[in-house]
Design a protein around this ligand. Structure first.
Ligand SMILES: [Zn+2]
Length: 223
């Protein structure tokens, strides 16, 4: 770091000092090989665009299916807090977000898992998407301290965390999560908010909808 000779040691440089030019990623954010783009060509080819899907009472929109490099990026965010993977996913989410959305409501990770992995992936993604789109983040939900971890558990044994509403949400808000599979978690979050939210934005989602969700009564409450 160079600084004016009169600056005291440790003093911050003035904001007017330009940062070094950003030269871009030098390795793939998903597989780690040397690359001149954030994703190497082979990884990019494994990223499959996802269609909007209905899960319970929510419409779920995600840029990618939860497979290939996109899945790897989610895992790198979820268990490693990778800022590079976060950036790639946030770019993709920002590119598909409905501009009419008025607030991003992240689905918080349980405190036990937040302490264990040092990251709250949905919150980090929501902030990054907010930074790119200007849509504000509203932290309207609290997660329980613990709870059963769903990742890797058989679907029949998965239970949604018991979310608690901390505040109301504005009309036109969307839930944000890192990945939506069965849809139980996003629907539990929506129920905690009194059903005021009708859509979710995630980095990845799966093909189709589980049989449980297909049996939901479209005119009633999903339980
Ligand atoms: Zn790669």
């Amino acid at each position: 770091m160079t600084s004016a000779g009169t600056s005291p040691v440790g003093a911050r440089e003035p904001d007017s000092v330009p940062s070094p030019p950003y030269v871009g990623p030098m390795w793939c954010s998903a597989c780690g090989v040397a690359a001149h783009e954030s994703l190497c060509a082979p990884c990019r080819r494994t990223c499959v665009a996802a269609s909007d899907r209905v899960a319970g009472n929510l419409v779920v929109r995600a840029p990618y299916l939860h497979e290939g490099a996109a899945r790897q990026l989610v895992l790198r965010v979820k268990y490693g807090g990778s800022p590079r993977a976060l950036s790639v996913l946030a770019d993709a989410m920002a590119s598909i977000v409905d501009p009419a959305i008025l607030a991003l409501v992240p689905i918080p990770r349980t405190w036990v898992r937040r302490w264990r992995y040092g990251v709250d992936p949905a919150k980090a993604l929501a902030r990054a998407v907010s930074h790119r789109t200007g849509i504000p983040v509203v932290a309207a939900l609290s997660a329980p301290i613990g709870g059963r971890a769903n990742a890797g558990a058989p679907r029949a044994q998965r239970r949604p965390p018991a979310f608690i509403a901390r505040s109301g949400v504005p009309d036109g808000a969307v839930l944000v999560d890192d990945v939506v599979t069965t849809g139980r978690t996003v629907n539990a979050a929506a129920r905690a908010l009194g059903g005021a939210i009708g859509s979710a934005l995630s980095a990845t989602t799966v093909r189709g909808v589980t049989s449980l969700l297909r049996t939901a009564d479209p005119g009633g409450t999903w339980t």
